[in-house]
Design a protein around this ligand. Structure first.
Ligand SMILES: [Zn+2]
Length: 320
């Protein structure tokens, strides 16, 4: 066949394809993500990871306080992410301990970004009834972790749950003196704390630094990000999972660069010390980690790479 014959044949087949294609309607694009639900076991505990969505924060020099924005862009590029906006995913977990159904952190409630607030619909997709949640464990009082405790009409999203919070978080955020002295940028966070907790002041249960708020789930003090910021350790039948909370934000930036200070860390030096201690612990003990701001399904391991670390995501497991 000559080149001209090939081109003619291609044009003819494209034309006939166009005619055939116009004979029936094309399927419309869904235009939205499928439900974000992922399940895994920790000993006899069943964990269900539920995405609440993502916020995309325009990258500027303020995001990492102690690194040039060019270095942050390079780290995003190395992770094949865009360099204009930093993706900040949110993932809550529901732990079925056999005795109780425990939700750890409550999502954004749709208050923070139009692309977040998906927890409730993903819970429905997972077959988890919000009324069946026995306990909500809160890691810290930043709005992306507590706003979802209350629906937009003000009613409790998990009406039968006992809400348990770190004592030190309660002491700091509920203190009106702290609120009045805090920077303007923190005022919305203080206001959200009041919106969520004031109607349930009497019912909220506060737990101490090293407490076991519910059987098989132990608090791990991880201060710095906020004064009472808490990670958790799930232990069941000799298996463990570290619930990382905000020890690091996105792993492509802050697991790779534990010395970087994210704008959200309230005491940056203390947060870095906590981050290095926790990274060392989970890498040395090969413990699986579930990170609130890790990409979905937000679970995997931390591997040491020279003086830094790398997040190795769990590979999707199609069967339990
Ligand atoms: Zn957070």
């Amino acid at each position: 066949m000559s080149r001209r014959t090939i081109l003619a044949a291609a044009a003819a087949s494209a034309a006939s394809g166009a005619v055939a294609g116009s004979a029936k309607a094309a399927a419309p694009a869904a235009g939205r993500q499928a439900p974000g639900v992922y399940r895994y076991n920790v000993g006899s505990f069943e964990v269900t990871a539920l995405t609440d969505g993502v916020a995309r924060r325009p990258l500027d020099g303020s995001f990492v306080r102690n690194a040039p924005v060019e270095d942050v862009k390079e780290a995003l590029e190395q992770a094949f992410l865009g360099t204009e906006k930093v993706p900040i995913p949110f993932t809550c977990v529901v732990v079925n301990t056999g005795g109780r159904l425990v939700l750890i952190d409550a999502g954004t409630g749709g208050f923070l970004a139009p692309t977040a607030g998906q927890l409730y619909e993903n819970m429905a997709a997972a077959g988890v009834d919000p009324k069946a949640i026995d306990v909500v464990l809160i890691s810290h009082f930043h709005p992306d972790h507590i706003a979802g405790l209350r629906l937009k009409d003000g009613t409790a999203a998990f009406p039968n749950a006992e809400v348990m919070v770190p004592e030190a978080e309660w002491a700091f955020w509920m203190d009106d003196g702290q609120m009045s002295r805090a920077h303007a940028a923190l005022q919305p966070a203080f206001k959200m704390v009041r919106r969520v907790f004031e109607p349930m002041t009497k019912e909220v249960r506060k737990f101490e630094r090293d407490a076991e708020p519910t059987s098989g789930i132990t608090a791990l003090p991880a201060p710095g990000h906020t004064p009472g910021h808490t990670a958790f350790r799930l232990s069941s039948d000799g298996a463990d999972l570290i619930i990382w909370s905000d020890v690091t934000n996105h792993p492509a930036l802050f697991v790779r660069n534990p010395g970087w200070h994210a704008v959200f860390d309230m005491d940056a030096e203390l947060a870095e010390a906590t981050r290095r201690r926790m990274l060392d612990l989970v890498a040395a003990d090969r413990l699986p980690v579930a990170g609130y701001h890790f990409p979905f399904p937000a679970v995997g391991h931390i591997a040491r790479r020279g003086t830094n670390y790398e997040f190795v995501p769990e590979m999707w497991n199609p069967a339990l």
